[in-house]
Design a binder for this molecule. Structure first.
Ligand SMILES: [Fe+2]
Ligand SMILES: [Fe+2]
Length: 267
């Protein structure tokens, strides 16, 4: 039987580290990566790179060279305060949600696997993916100096309690828990991806460059969203729908997830 104990120590260390980060002023670094260079500098750079003493007296050659020059880089648009706030709350709630997911699987695994050992590889697989998601968002909130949720201890206790309780109720209830959580989380990631794609679309329509870091974030969210939906499929394949009463169990857990998301985006 796997013990949850080894997981706690790194998480506590991680929490202390993240709370220490929160002492610094909140500064979404997407801003610095999207701040356009001053026009005067861009013009000077362009002029300098075009200068060629060997061809400056030949207008035809010069024109041909100018035609071969790549177009000047598009400017990057700084994030508005609203966009910065959106990104900060998105990273905060995602990090809190992934912490909760790792704790749910950690609490579920011992009682579940004790009765149904064949589920061990599946539980380990889902836990390892959640741990990877948590690591990703730990890195992102530290990099962009986003404050983690102040309700870390509360979510930790609730996620552990939810995982243990549903596992003790049986495989169907444990899988119904995963079904409910992943349904909400999948929709949550989808709404974030939509919002970010809208921002990208607006920037492109206005002629601005979209930074590679921003596109990378969207790709990361898509990958994690797909893995959450894979967990949802695993849960349904392992009789989540047979939990009794399925509608009540999933309804309560989904409502709890929505509440936790709403609070973690703000606190
Ligand atoms: Fe996850
Ligand atoms: Fe998941």
């Amino acid at each position: 039987m796997a013990s949850p104990r080894p997981l706690w120590q790194p998480l506590r260390h991680c929490q202390r580290s993240l709370l220490a980060q929160a002492q610094q002023p909140l500064q979404a670094r997407f801003l610095s990566s999207t701040t356009p260079a001053p026009a005067s500098l861009a013009a000077a750079s362009s002029s300098s790179s075009n200068a060629n003493p060997n061809t400056s007296n030949t207008s035809n050659t010069s024109n041909a060279q100018q035609q071969q020059q790549p177009p000047p880089p598009k400017p990057k648009k700084p994030l508005t305060p609203a966009q910065q706030a959106f990104l900060s709350s998105a990273l905060r709630v995602n990090q809190a949600g992934e912490l909760a997911a790792t704790l749910i699987y950690t609490a579920q695994t011992p009682p579940l696997v004790a009765r149904e050992p064949h589920l061990r590889p599946l539980m380990r697989h889902m836990y390892e993916q959640e741990a990877g998601h948590l690591s990703t968002f730990n890195t992102l909130i530290a990099k962009h100096r986003v404050r983690p949720t102040a309700l870390y201890p509360l979510w930790s206790v609730m996620a552990t309690g939810l995982g243990w309780t549903t596992a003790v109720m049986g495989r169907e209830a444990a899988m119904a828990c995963t079904e409910a959580v992943e349904t909400e989380i999948g929709g949550h990631y989808n709404s974030q991806i939509r919002a970010l794609l809208e921002m990208v679309g607006e920037w492109e329509a206005e002629g601005y460059e979209v930074g590679g870091e921003f596109r990378e974030l969207i790709g990361t969210l898509r990958r994690i969203r797909d893995e959450e939906l894979e967990h949802l499929d695993h849960a349904v394949e392992h009789d989540a729908k047979k939990a009794e009463p399925h509608w009540l169990l999933t309804g309560v857990i989904r409502a709890g997830c929505r509440g936790a998301i709403w609070v973690s985006e703000r606190v």
